[in-house]
Each structure stands twice: as structure tokens, then as C-alpha cells.
Design a protein around this ligand. Structure first.
Ligand SMILES: CC(C)(Nc1nc(-c2c[nH]c3ncc(Cl)cc23)ncc1F)C(=O)NCC(F)(F)F
Length: 289
């Protein structure tokens, strides 16, 4: 698809407040207000600061990725904005007022029930299924990268680490793995830096666990950064004694079994996103009765 290079003018971007730090840069809440009368749209602006980790072409790839994605369950791209004579660029996305899933679940614990979690899980599944049709591997699927659009709609965001799988292969091998959020990584991603749709499925299992534990940090360890000396400990944990996260409190057994399917040690035993979506729909039916 032709990359949609919607060019937005920096002079119409009104800074409002900081939103957070993502992969490759900070993200700010702005209003894109060409009429100058405050009727413009609120947007999330990801400013790239080229540094040792990320270059302009990394950022251009993220823009190209997001600009061809049209899906209800993926954060919408609004355009790019160049400043300082194209020396720095910003990725402009729709602003979702409820923020990331982590904050939302922590603040709305009481009124998010099993059915709502299953609805969110099925939407993330559909978004991942769509990504897969374009041969994209997200590589950073985690509750912190899911945005809440409304109390009944979530969207996948932060495509800074997303890669396209080459046509003649079923996986993507990362050459210089930077800091890696290994708690969400499949074993083959930790030990061989190998990423595929099936490693995204592993991460989806972790997102399911985060969802059903209301992203309660006591239910899962903090973000552990990859230190090579821990790698083999993690690997033997996963394969030999089948170490897996315990079921979150009050998690329906059928949902925990979904998580365990996603955490199959060998990636070809893990379900695909369409099968996961079907299984979630079935569990939703049972929950409705
Ligand atoms: C780095 C950044 C800013 N972090 C946060 N964004 C938003 C946040 C709140 N509303 C938003 N609308 C759009 C976007 Cl791209 C972000 C937000 N809220 C809290 C954040 F920490 C982010 O991009 N996180 C990944 C994402 F949550 F988007 F998956």
C-alpha cells in the first residue's frame, strides 16, 4: 500500500502535556488546531530524538508501519510532522483519553468484570490477526502497549519494535537486541532473538495474565531486563520443570488454559490468533449464560 505521508504543519500543533516515554522517544498530548480556535483534534505526538539506539530510519519504519494499518483495534495514524528542516520528525496519532490498559485496570478494578476482560482480549486478538495478515510481528505486545479507547474498546499501539517477516521465512531474527522486556518474551526470543507470530502469541498469553490479574504488579514480577546470565535460568525454567505463571486469583479455568496454550515451549504447538479468537468467543458465550 502507498505509505500515507499526511504532512501536518508543526505550527498548528499546540503542546498540552507529556504522555510518557515509549520506544524511541517521548510522546506528548497536543491539539492539532489549524483553525487556531481550539476546535482542533487532540493528538498523541511521538517525537523522535535520534540517539545511539534509534535513528531516523528506524522511526521512518515505525511511521511506514503505522500508516498502512487500518483496523478498529489498532491506534489510528494521523500523519507526520517534520521540524527543524526535516532534522527531527514526529509521528502523530489519535489520542485515546483513557490511556493504557495498565492504568485503566488499576483504576477501574471494580467495574471491569470477566466479560469485559474477554471482550478486550478478543479485540487484541483481532488486532493481532490483522497484523499477521500483513506479516507484521509486533514484538512488544504487553498491557502497557494497549490503549483504552472507551469502556468497550481497546487498541494495540506502540509499533516501535514491529518488524515485517520476510516472504521466504516464518520468523524475524533481531541482530542487535537492545534492552528486552523478557518477561513478555517467548523462550526462542530470549535464547535466539527469534520473533514470529507464535512469539507474539506467547506475549498475548502474558497480556491475558495481566488482564485477569488487573495488571496487579504483585501477581507478576516487575519488568525484568534481559541479562544474559539469567537467560539459561529462564530457559531451563520454561522447558524442564514447566515453570509457568500461576493462574491469577478468580481466573476462570478455561481462560487459564488459554494462557497455558500460548506458553507452549515449542512455538508450533502454540495456537494461532484466529483459534485463540474463536476460543475466547466460545468462553464469552458460556459467561453470558
Ligand atoms: C509512551 C506512551 C505515550 N505512554 C503512554 N501513553 C498514554 C496514552 C494515553 N492516550 C494515548 N493515546 C495515544 C497514544 Cl499513542 C498514547 C496514549 N498514556 C500513558 C502512557 F504511559 C505510549 O505511547 N505508550 C504506548 C501506548 F500506550 F500508546 F501503547
Amino acid at each position: 500500500a502507498q505509505h500515507d505521508q499526511t504532512l501536518l504543519e508543526e505550527r498548528h500543533l499546540r503542546y498540552i502535556s507529556p504522555l510518557g516515554k515509549g520506544n524511541f522517544g517521548c510522546v506528548e498530548l497536543c491539539r492539532y488546531d489549524p483553525l487556531g480556535d481550539n476546535t482542533g483534534e487532540l493528538v498523541a505526538v511521538k517525537k523522535l530524538q535520534p540517539n545511539k539506539q534509534s535513528t531516523l530510519e528506524d522511526f521512518q519504519k515505525e511511521v511506514n508501519t503505522l500508516s498502512v494499518l487500518y483496523c478498529d483495534y489498532i491506534v489510528k495514524y494521523r500523519g507526520v510532522c517534520y521540524s527543524m528542516g526535516r532534522l527531527s520528525m514526529s509521528l502523530v496519532m489519535e489520542y485515546l483519553p483513557h490511556g493504557s490498559l495498565i492504568g485503566y485496570l488499576e483504576n477501574n478494578r471494580h467495574n471491569v468484570n470477566t466479560r469485559r476482560m474477554l471482550l478486550f482480549a478478543s479485540q487484541i486478538c483481532k488486532g493481532m490477526e490483522y497484523l499477521q495478515t500483513l506479516r507484521y510481528v509486533h514484538r512488544d505486545l504487553a498491557a502497557r502497549n494497549i490503549l483504552v479507547a472507551s469502556e468497550s474498546l481497546v487498541k494495540i499501539a506502540d509499533f516501535g519494535l514491529t518488524k515485517v517477516i520476510p516472504c521466504n521465512k516464518e520468523y524475524y531474527r533481531v541482530t542487535q537486541p537492545g534492552e528486552s522486556p523478557i518477561f513478555w518474551y517467548a523462550p526462542e526470543s530470549i535464547s535466539e532473538s527469534r520473533f514470529s507470530h507464535k512469539s507474539d502469541v506467547w506475549s498475548f498469553g502474558v497480556v491475558l495474565h495481566e488482564l485477569f490479574s488487573y495488571c496487579d504488579v504483585n501477581c507478576n514480577p516487575k519488568r525484568v531486563r534481559k541479562f544474559t546470565r539469567f537467560v539459561n535460568m529462564f530457559e531451563q525454567h520454561f522447558s524442564l520443570n514447566e515453570w509457568r505463571l500461576p493462574a491469577p486469583p478468580n481466573c476462570p479455568p478455561k481462560v487459564y488454559s488459554l494462557m497455558k496454550q500460548c506458553w507452549a515451549y515449542s512455538f508450533d504447538e502454540r495456537p494461532c490468533f484466529s483459534s485463540l479468537g474463536d476460543q475466547i468467543e466460545t468462553i464469552m458465550q458460556d459467561e453470558r449464560e
